[in-house]
Design a protein around this ligand. Structure first.
Ligand code: PMP
Length: 283
């Protein structure tokens, strides 16, 4: 027996879970997703993920597959059935199965798939050491504010990082950093936390929104504006945020060590606050 997963109304063993070859997620990457992290068996910021899911669906005129209450119930059932303590719940909605056509099919039920994945989030290998990044051109499409399942560009980016012997890549467009391959990007200079402002150019991270709120509450200076890789290389420190990495320090950018080459104070403090608050507010 493998994991229990959810596919279109059914809880199944992962070996028995099936999706049509006509599913538009499979044929056209016509789908959206969410990843909710689980700590101590509790969901972190579930409501935030549901708000973003609703927005992604509505931007793509994709029907909502289930009510939020039902989606929450499925999350809880998968956590329970799989005894998940730490890791994530992955959710994917696609426009469903129909004969191949570029036009959206009418009257087709969207498809909903969910599964759990065990992961060491709190004591991840990079939490203590930080990560090294390189910069690469941002070759993604123009609606990065929608969390779609077209992930080949970030996948190529992570492979380029691996080939360069580092952990991840930051994406650059028109001379400015947009974000990381799968995270939001920040630099810290002269006590100011600088991160790109929200637009269609980047994903509105659920972790970004919580971390910026905590930073402001702790009287830290936050500036939302684009920054360059030159600024990043001269920064005091840098970090990334995402649901599964929380706040993770960046200790090297394009071969340049930041500060003393160890995780910086601001990133360490924000990670601590984020984890404390998430433990308290997890549902
Ligand atoms: N940007 C991109 C491109 C991402 O893929 C992710 C993670 N899915 C994020 C930012 C961070 O978003 P969140 O904090 O909601 O995980």
């Amino acid at each position: 027996m493998g994991r229990t997963v959810y596919v279109n109304g059914e809880y199944l063993d992962e070996a028995d879970a099936k999706i049509s070859i006509f599913d538009r997620g499979f044929l056209m990457a016509d789908g959206v997703y969410e990843v909710t992290s689980i700590l101590n068996g509790k969901m972190i910021d579930f409501d935030g993920h549901m708000v973003r899911l609703a927005r992604s669906l509505s931007e793509l005129e994709m029907p909502t597959p289930e009510t939020n209450d039902e989606i929450e119930t499925i999350h809880r059932e998968l956590i329970r059935a799989n005894g998940l303590i730490e890791g994530l719940v992955y959710l994917q909605v696609t426009r469903g199965a129909a004969d191949r056509s570029f036009l959206f099919p009418e009257g087709v039920k969207s498809s909903l798939v969910m599964f759990t994945q065990v992961m060491n989030l709190m004591e991840s290998p990079t939490a203590a050491t930080g990560i090294k990044i390189i910069s690469i051109p941002d070759i993604r499409w123009g609606r990065r504010d929608i969390k779609t399942i077209q992930l080949l560009a970030p996948s190529l980016g992570k492979m380029a990082a691996k080939a360069a012997g580092v952990d991840d890549a930051w994406l650059v467009e028109d001379g400015f950093v947009t974000e990381g391959t799968s995270n939001n990007a920040y630099i810290v200079q002269g006590g100011k936390i600088i991160t790109r402002d929200l637009s269609q150019d980047i994903l509105s991270g659920i972790t970004r929104s919580a971390v910026l709120r905590f930073a402001r509450e702790a009287q830290m200076d936050v500036v939302e504006r684009p920054f360059t890789m030159t600024e990043a290389m001269e920064a005091d420190e840098a970090f990334v945020t995402s649901a599964t990495t929380f706040v993770t320090s960046v200790i090297e950018v394009d071969g340049q060590a930041l500060g003393d080459g160890k995780p910086g104070l601001v990133a360490r403090r924000l990670r601590e606050i984020y984890l404390d608050e998430s433990m308290k507010s997890g549902t």
